[in-house]
Design a protein around this ligand. Structure first.
Ligand SMILES: N[C@@H](CCC(=O)N[C@@H](CS)C(=O)NCC(=O)O)C(=O)O
Length: 202
């Protein structure tokens, strides 16, 4: 399989970590969204990462669709998101918050760094960061035990840890002193080689 995109993207990274946790080997094609849009569009007509090219040559786009496909490949006993029932909803509820928060964190970075200086709208950067913090703070409030839900590591934990890593990589001061429990969870997750090894290294 081929994973398209750099693990600097939290969406790519959560797919990379999930592939590792499920024991798949894959080739990473680390195309950059800012400079290699044409290459990325060969795999995803929407021009975004990640895309996953399966062994049969099919390209699946969007981290949620890719991870759902992988979950069904490994089956209910190993899937990090339960395939059905109330347990699935418990995980997808957290995923919506984590993905929403990190989408806002990414948008804040695009707003700041991808526009000509005179076209940056600082109030919008602040709004986007406040939205990102809102999502992470809701997850912080929910974390009362070792894991977010179901008393075991699920995709909710994997994605939340990766989302927080990315948000802090983009803008550490924005989250300082607000998320101690999530930061501890993230550190424990990064100690798992399948997850920690996917961290962006430049
Ligand atoms: N919902 C998508 C979001 C993917 C996404 O926004 N990827 C960003 C990289 S972090 C991207 O490709 N941005 C380039 C663009 O939108 O032009 C997913 O989960 O895969």
């Amino acid at each position: 399989m081929q994973l398209i995109g750099r693990t600097m993207s939290p969406f790519v990274r959560r797919v990379a970590a999930t592939l590792n946790l499920y024991g798949y080997t894959y080739e990473n094609l680390p195309f950059a969204t800012a400079t290699q849009g044409a290459e990325i569009s060969r795999f995803n007509p929407v021009g975004r990462v990640p895309a996953l090219v399966t062994d049969s040559g099919e390209s699946i786009v969007d981290s949620a669709a890719i991870i759902d496909w992988l979950d069904h490949q490994v089956g209910a006993a190993r899937a990090l998101t339960p395939l059905a029932g109330p347990e699935r909803f418990a995980v997808t509820k957290c995923l919506a918050l984590a993905l929403g928060a990190v989408e806002k964190a990414v948008q804040a970075t695009y707003e700041k760094d991808r526009r000509p200086a005179d076209k940056v709208w600082p109030e919008n950067v602040d709004k986007l960061l406040a939205q990102a913090r809102g999502g992470f703070e809701a997850l912080e409030a929910q974390l009362t035990g070792e894991w977010l839900v179901l008393g075991r590591m699920t995709q909710a934990d994997v994605t939340t840890g990766i989302a927080l890593d990315s948000a802090e990589m983009f803008n550490k001061p924005a989250y300082e002193g607000r998320l101690p429990k999530l930061q501890a969870l993230r550190d424990r997750l990064n100690a798992i080689p399948a997850i920690g090894s996917t961290g962006f290294k430049g």
